[in-house]
Design a protein around this ligand. Structure first.
Ligand code: 0O2
Length: 211
């Protein structure tokens, strides 16, 4: 099995590109399903659970970094068999309860299989990070038939997304010594908790107004 690096013209590289496109198609399928669910909730309850969505394909450099971290060779098979987040979709919800609403509605669809679930909302990461991570398999219809394709879905509220995006910037800002960021760990965890409190209160107001 040849390595992908420097093998642009090989069969290995062609398989990788085809799979990359398949994963992108999987993310598109999930995006359409989520759009449809959001529209239905808007019609039914006069409330959109989804604030917005972002789709991303993992850059080849990040894929290779992940393979290195998992001590796997840089081959098509490694990516196909071990990397489940080649395609990712981030779903930003308006309220906390919208996360379960959207996750349950999507995963109960008959063509969706949940491959992995990580609940960083009830069990935040040591950094303070909160989100619900799901990896689902969705059929992508190719010329030779359907192929089950993994897509990672990160579901989080507007507040969780704000925290994650700013914390990510603080941590990965290349000109900052990582030790300097560690010093602010307690503060960052505290802000994540505060935001969670604020979002819980905002949801309570929303529910009262709805009743
Ligand atoms: P990108 O471009 O966002 O994907 P696994 O896939 O299960 O083998 P992995 O990928 O390490 O292992 O899983 P994890 O930690 O559950 O999820 C990784 C992704 O979650 C990260 O992707 C971030 O998007 C997000 N994330 C996890 N922890 C944190 C955190 O402490 N702070 C922030 N801001 N985001 C976090 P990547 O790898 O950064 O790349």
């Amino acid at each position: 099995m040849g390595e992908l690096v420097g093998a642009e013209t090989t069969e290995e590289f062609r398989k990788f590109i085809a799979y990359y496109q398949q994963c992108q198609a999987g993310a598109n399928e999930i995006g359409t399903k989520l759009d449809n669910l959001d529209s239905e909730y808007q019609m039914r309850d006069n409330h959109n659970p989804i604030h917005h969505m972002e789709t991303r394909m993992k850059a080849p450099a990040s894929l290779f970094k992940k393979l290195d971290k998992k001590q796997l060779p840089k081959t098509f098979d490694s990516i196909h068999d071990h990397i489940l987040d080649v395609a990712g979709i981030r779903v930003i919800t308006n309220y906390l309860s919208d996360i379960d609403t959207v996750a349950d509605a999507l995963t109960s669809q008959s063509d969706i299989t949940v491959l992995k679930r990580k609940d960083y909302i009830n069990h935040p990461k040591p950094s303070g990070y909160r989100s619900l991570h799901l990896v689902v398999s969705v059929p992508v219809f190719r010329t030779d038939g359907p192929v089950d394709t993994p897509v990672e879905i990160q579901l989080r509220t507007v507040g969780m997304d704000m925290w994650a995006s700013l914390e990510h910037k603080l941590r990965y800002k290349t000109d900052v010594d990582p030790d300097k960021v560690v010093k602010y760990g307690d503060q960052l965890r505290g802000y994540a908790k505060e935001l969670n409190g604020i979002e819980t209160n905002l949801q309570t107001i929303f529910k009262k107004l709805q009743d």
